[in-house]
Design a protein. Sequence first.
Length: 152
Amino acid sequence: MLKYNKNMALYILLAVFFVVLDRFLKFLAVNSYNSDQFRIFGDFFQFNFIPNYNIAFSLPITGVFLNFVIISIIVILLYELLFSEIKNEWPKATLLTFIIFGAISNMLDRLKYGFVIDYLDLKYFTVFNIADVMIVGGVLGMFFITIKSNKL
């Protein structure tokens, strides 16, 4: 049986907050794409609507096959999340929650628009969104947990 954990509940609420914020910012980006970019830190960091038809880091993989792969990965991660909770591996479960919620937010874009809505434009690097930060942060956290437990 799953053990109730107040910290896990807090992390789930935090992940939900970030997804709601991401969805709101995506709404703003899509509905203000005809206006000028909003400068956050001069020309270096801007709020700017950019449709991303590809996967992470704009790798050129698109279409129905990509959607199938992403949905399959989300299902596998949900399965892994369930077993992490059963084993009371809360750090791992928390990171998986952030990865899954971020992936679902981006998948909603793909299903609705045919692309992911990116809006945080970091000059000389990339354009991304909060869901991307959740995914990358979760993956990096999983990497460090794996190294720490000497399983890598």
